[in-house]
Structure formats: structure tokens, C-alpha cells
Design a protein around this ligand. Sequence first.
Ligand SMILES: [Zn+2]
Length: 198
Amino acid sequence: MRHVSDPEPPLPPAPGADDHLALEFANTAIALPGGQYVDLLGSPAAVNRWLTARNLAPENADVQEMCATQLRALREHVRSLFAARIAGAPALPAALDAVNDALTRVPTAALLRWDDKTGPYRATPCPTNEILEHALATISASAADLLTSAEAETLTACESTPCNRYLIRHGRRHWCSTRCGDRVRAARAYARRTANPS
Ligand SMILES: [Zn+2]
């Protein structure tokens, strides 16, 4: 069920996104023609629903803006690692650190608290934190798996400007969707017509 306030995904999933959580995650920020920008993780409620749909959080996790910000920050790091892998360039140390931090973070221990009236008790950390850390770790593991798998050779950025989605390339197809492919072909045809006005 899709909540009315959720932005509709403007494009179908990119090739490979169904198999790689990290790829789907990286593609939640979408640049569209005409300067449009759709963020499928644009609000805490949207983040909650995105995580719930992937069994990474219960419906009532009550995700806060701080958690949503952390998730969007990880997205930028994952995107930068994908871009580095595709370019054959060195990774940004901050992006590597972010993914490794998320992979190694363990749930915080229940702390000892002292109530003035009832005495000592253990307080489990905010459930949202545990959920978020689990989600961050799961997404990071998926990114690490993809980047080190044989499929990383076929990880590609969509070549249809201004699209910013990533995909797993099959054959020579270098765009993420039929719509992006059509735009590339239309641009090529237009370039040919303007080059040969006769
Ligand atoms: Zn595209």
C-alpha cells in the first residue's frame, strides 16, 4: 500500500536494483529532465515506509528526521563508492569509513539508570536507533557485496542526462529505463537533424 504523501517512483526499478538493495537505495534520489528532483527518502515517514517495504523496520518505527538524515548521508557515500568503482578511481576515505562504521556498529548496550523513587533499572536504547543501525548495516553490507562481486564490472551510471541512477548493465544497454533510452535516441536523432539540416 502506498501512502498518498509518498512520491511516486518516477521510473521503474533500474536493471539490477531488484537483486541489490544497495543499488535500489542509491537510486532513491532521482534527477529528472527539467530540473526535477525526486527524493524517495525525503521525509521521516517516507523513510519509514521505504524501510518497512524492505523488512528493515516495523511500520510503527516512528523514524525521526535525525535518522532520515543519517540514511540520506549513507546514500551519498554509497553513491560516491559506486561512482569511484565505475570510474576506476580511488574511493573517498570518508565514504569508506561511513560504510565500514555502519557494518561494524553494534547495538548499544542497555545502560544502567537510577530512578529516585524506584531505584536502579536497565534502559534499552531507543528502538529507533537499533532499527536504524540494523538498516544502515544491512544496506552497507549489500553495497560491500556488490562492489566486490563479479557484477561490479557491469555496474554503470545511466548515460541519459540528467539521470543519476545506477544500474547493472546487460549487453550494451547503458541506461536505466526505456524512458531514459528513448531520450538518448531522441537527442541523437535531433543532433543528426541539426547537423544535416537538408
Ligand atoms: Zn536513467
